[in-house]
Every structure is written in structure tokens, then in C-alpha cells.
Design a protein around this ligand. Structure first.
Ligand SMILES: *[C@@H]1O[C@H](CO)[C@@H](O)[C@H](O)[C@H]1NC(C)=O
Ligand SMILES: *[C@@H]1O[C@H](CO)[C@@H](O)[C@H](O)[C@H]1NC(C)=O
Ligand SMILES: *[C@@H]1O[C@H](CO)[C@@H](O)[C@H](O)[C@H]1NC(C)=O
Ligand SMILES: *[C@@H]1O[C@H](CO)[C@@H](O)[C@H](O)[C@H]1NC(C)=O
Length: 438
């Protein structure tokens, strides 16, 4: 037993010696190759550094970030959707929110028919004031329509929101629809917020054809920093919207305290109707930058926040300021200042409507005869039918579904020229580049 163990010890010592003999050349080789690699790294151009991702090279990483001007903030890693240049000339996709309240079901359907194009995406919402029966009828209508069924691009918000007129719940509803569209609406380019009392004045073929030649990052939002009378009537009062926490709708509560104007950001105001780019909607909904969120919380206690929220966010975000085009794309016939109550458009207004270059108009009465005139003379739409286009030939009110030709084969009419006049007038106006957010 003892001998065995002593032999074992001897073998062990020999092995150790052998290992040491090998260890020195191996270590030397490693050291030399390390020196060669690091010498190569520190002397080579920064582009070759891009290939190395090991965290042990902290110095080279710093050099990397310097040479590529990548800021060290985490939010810079969140890249918004790429901006498609106008030179692509592909047909844009629009994402529409059409909302209504109790009794608006029929006019909402009519607006949807007039706005429908298989290239776009639609979210329709009847708020919580409408009865479940009315909402279910809308769901059934969308489900049973063979065209909507074929293209799967109309979605009804079933978990309806309580929306208070003038309250922040209007903005949360708009953001809710925008988030649904981001998640499930495919890759659209612009978001448009309409109600059932809005109506298009030109066809979707006209709109899609014309917007194909403008940069996709434009945001059409009427805005100004001259808040005027709104300072005392909107910015100073403090309100609470019970719609945020009550199950039943009631009017906003006025708090007796008044507050000062914000100093952390500048207030902007304008029209509640707009067409916003996908990049800007992502910025507002995803919230990697805190501005949209803090401004949203500020507006929770503001009267008529839909007329200010997006305006204030876009004009205080440096990267979006220069994307604004100061127009709301609507024909609205206002009362004399303070521009609070739009005049209801009727038959007598038709000449003005037909002359307008705006793609949308409001406000219309449910089933006003002026809508029939728009259908017949501007959209060529039959009752209960789609606006004719090359995607749907024949009798568009006959729901016997016919094979569809290429949906991106547009047939623009005179409306396309009118819209082009309007947009060209805006973006080619003197000082367009200098007049954002003033
Ligand atoms: C748009 O054009 C850019 C460059 O001109 C190109 O990289 C991009 O792939 C194009 N996008 C589409 C959808 O054609
Ligand atoms: C969106 O649409 C509704 C109509 O349902 C409107 O009242 C509201 O002010 C619009 N704008 C915003 C920013 O929510
Ligand atoms: C916006 O436009 C102004 C005026 O042309 C320019 O000075 C500014 O740098 C632009 N801002 C951004 C973020 O590009
Ligand atoms: C279209 O179809 C509807 C319903 O089938 C019918 O009432 C209408 O007269 C038709 N219109 C034309 C122009 O054929």
C-alpha cells in the first residue's frame, strides 16, 4: 500500500513538471497573440471596430460610440419607423378612427361606406352611452358585409370607452384607437380621427393618389401658440373628468382653484381634427420619451384637451416640430369667434362645399339632404354602396361580391387635383420652413 502510494506521488510530480514545461510557452504565445490583436484593434479604423462586440474592450467601445455619434441614452435605441421619402411614390395607407355616440350607428355606417377603400384600415367606436344593442348591431353589420369580411380591415371597438365632451377621456379614446391601429392595423402611414358627423368631399382614390407624392412624415395639424382667450377659459381653470373613474357619464367638475401657465413646456392650441404621421403616433403611444406622458397628465385637468394635447406635444418635441403643416384638412363653417360651435352644413351650403379643396367637412346632420348631394355629385356613391373605384366594378350597393381587381390601381378624379392645390398651397407657401409651431 505504501509503495503504491509513493509511486503514485512520483508520477504526480513528474506530470506537474511536464505541465509547467508546457505552460510557459503556451502562456507566452497567448500573451503575444493578445498583444498583436490589441495592437491591431487600437490602430485600425473605426469601421473594423464595429465587428467587435465583446464587453471587455471598454475603451474601443467608447471610441465606437464617439465615432458614430450614438448618444448613451437608452431611448435613442428605440428607433421609430423609417421615414419613407416621397420619391417612393408607393400608395400610402390611411388608418381611420370613426367615432360616435348614442344614436349615431346609422350615420357612422354611412360615413364608413363613404370613406371605405380596401387599401386603408378602419376602427369604429360607439362610446359607452350607446346601448350594447346598438354596438352589437354595428358589430353584426361589419361582420356580415362581404367586402369588409374579405379585406378584414374594419374593426369595431367592443370594449367601448366612456367619452366626456370637452374632457380628457376624448384624448384617451383617440390614443386607444391609435394603439389598436398600431398593434393590429398593418403598416399604415397616417392616422385620421373623424366622427360620424364628418363626411368626405372627395374619394379615397383621390386622397391616396394625391398623398402618394408627399413625405410621409408630414403632420397635418392646425396649431398656434397664441392661445388668446383660451388662457383664461381653458388653461387657468382646473377641471376633473368623472369619465375617468365613474361608470356612468356626467358633466366635468370645475375646481375653484385656478392654476398658472406651464413653464416646463409651451402651450399650443388649434383644431381637434388632424392627420398625424405614424412616427408621431408611435412617439405618443409608445412613450419612450416622457414628454407625451407628462403632457397627457397635465391635460387631464384641462378644458377641451382635444384642441390642445397633440398640438402641445408636437410643438415641444424638437424632432417633430418641423413636420407640422398648419391645416386640419376640414371644411368647417364656424360661428363667429370664439369658434366653438360649428354651423351645421345644409343644402344652401352645397356650392361652398363643392368649391372647397378640403378632403373632409363637418358638421352634418344625420341624413341631411346635403349628404345625398355630396354622394351624387362628388362621390358618385349609391345609397348603401361604396364609392366606385377600379377595386370594385359594377353596382356597388349590390353586396353580391364580385372579384376584385388590384386594390392599388387608383382612379383619381377631379378631387385629386383639388387636394393637390390645397396641399401645394400649404407646403409651398412663403416661409413654410420657418413657420412651424409659432
Ligand atoms: C423607399 O425608398 C428607399 C430609398 O429610396 C428604399 O430604401 C426603400 O426600400 C423604399 N421603400 C419601399 C416601400 O419601396
Ligand atoms: C377625435 O374625434 C372626436 C370625434 O369623435 C373629436 O371630438 C375629438 O376632438 C377628436 N380629436 C382628438 C384629438 O381626440
Ligand atoms: C427646424 O427648422 C428650423 C428652421 O429651418 C431649423 O433651424 C431647425 O434646426 C430644424 N430643426 C430640426 C430638429 O431639424
Ligand atoms: C344596384 O343594386 C341595388 C340593389 O340590388 C338596386 O336597388 C339598384 O337599382 C342597383 N343600381 C343599378 C344602377 O343597377
Amino acid at each position: 500500500m505504501e509503495r503504491e502510494s509513493s509511486i503514485g506521488r512520483n508520477q504526480f510530480q513528474q506530470q506537474q513538471l511536464l505541465r509547467r514545461r508546457w505552460a510557459i510557452p503556451i502562456l507566452a504565445t497567448l500573451l503575444i497573440s493578445f498583444l498583436i490583436i490589441s495592437a491591431y484593434l487600437f490602430s485600425s479604423s473605426s469601421s473594423s471596430l464595429r465587428l467587435i462586440s465583446s464587453s471587455s474592450f471598454s475603451i474601443s467601445q467608447q471610441r465606437l460610440s464617439h465615432s458614430f455619434k450614438t448618444p448613451l441614452f437608452v431611448e435613442s435605441k428605440i428607433k421609430p419607423s423609417p421615414i419613407l421619402s416621397a420619391s417612393n411614390h408607393s400608395i400610402p395607407r390611411l388608418a381611420y378612427l370613426i367615432s360616435g355616440s348614442v344614436g349615431d350607428g346609422e350615420s357612422l355606417k354611412r360615413t364608413l361606406f363613404a370613406l371605405y377603400h380596401p387599401h386603408n384600415t378602419y376602427v369604429v367606436h360607439l362610446d359607452l352611452e350607446a346601448s350594447p344593442a346598438e354596438r352589437l348591431a354595428l358589430v353584426a353589420f361589419v361582420k356580415e358585409n362581404p367586402v369588409f369580411d374579405k379585406f378584414q380591415n374594419v374593426r369595431v371597438i367592443v370594449r367601448a370607452n366612456l367619452v366626456t365632451y370637452k374632457g380628457p377621456t376624448m384624448v384617451t379614446n383617440t390614443l386607444n384607437a391609435a394603439a389598436i391601429l398600431l398593434k393590429e392595423g398593418g403598416d399604415w402611414d397616417w392616422f385620421i380621427n373623424l366622427s360620424s358627423s364628418d363626411y368626405p368631399l372627395i374619394t379615397q382614390d383621390d386622397i391616396l393618389h394625391t398623398f402618394a407624392s408627399y413625405p410621409r412624415h408630414f403632420n397635418f395639424i392646425e396649431h398656434t401658440s397664441k392661445i388668446g382667450w383660451k388662457e383664461t377659459h381653458r388653461a387657468r381653470p382646473v377641471i376633473i373628468d368623472p369619465g375617468l373613474y365613474k361608470a356612468k357619464k356626467s358633466d366635468i367638475i370645475w375646481v375653484t382653484e385656478r392654476r398658472g401657465l406651464p413653464t416646463a413646456f409651451k402651450l399650443f392650441t388649434g383644431s381637434a381634427w388632424m392627420m398625424l404621421s405614424r412616427q408621431f403616433i408611435e412617439y405618443c403611444v409608445w412613450g419612450w420619451d416622457n414628454l407625451p406622458r407628462t403632457v397627457l397628465m397635465y391635460y387631464a385637468n384641462f378644458v377641451s384637451s382635444p384642441e390642445s394635447y397633440f398640438h402641445t406635444v408636437i410643438c415641444n418635441a424638437e424632432e417633430f416640430q418641423n413636420t407640422t403643416v398648419n391645416h386640419d384638412l376640414h371644411l368647417i363653417s364656424w360661428d363667429r369667434p370664439p369658434k366653438q360651435h360649428p354651423h351645421i352644413l345644409n343644402k344652401a351650403d352645397f356650392p361652398k362645399i363643392a368649391k372647397s379643396n378640403a378632403p373632409f367637412a363637418r358638421k352634418f346632420h344625420r341624413d341631411g339632404t346635403v349628404l345625398d348631394m355630396i354622394d351624387q355629385q362628388l362621390l358618385h356613391r349609391e345609397k348603401e354602396g361604396f364609392v366606385p373605384g377600379s377595386w370594385f366594378e359594377g353596382n356597388t350597393s349590390n353586396l353580391e361580391f364580385k372579384p376584385v381587381k388590384d386594390v392599388s390601381d387608383l382612379r383619381p378624379g377631379p378631387g385629386a387635383e383639388k387636394l393637390k392645390l390645397l396641399i401645394d398651397g400649404l407646403v409651398n407657401a412663403d416661409g413654410f420652413d420657418r413657420k412651424h409651431c409659432i
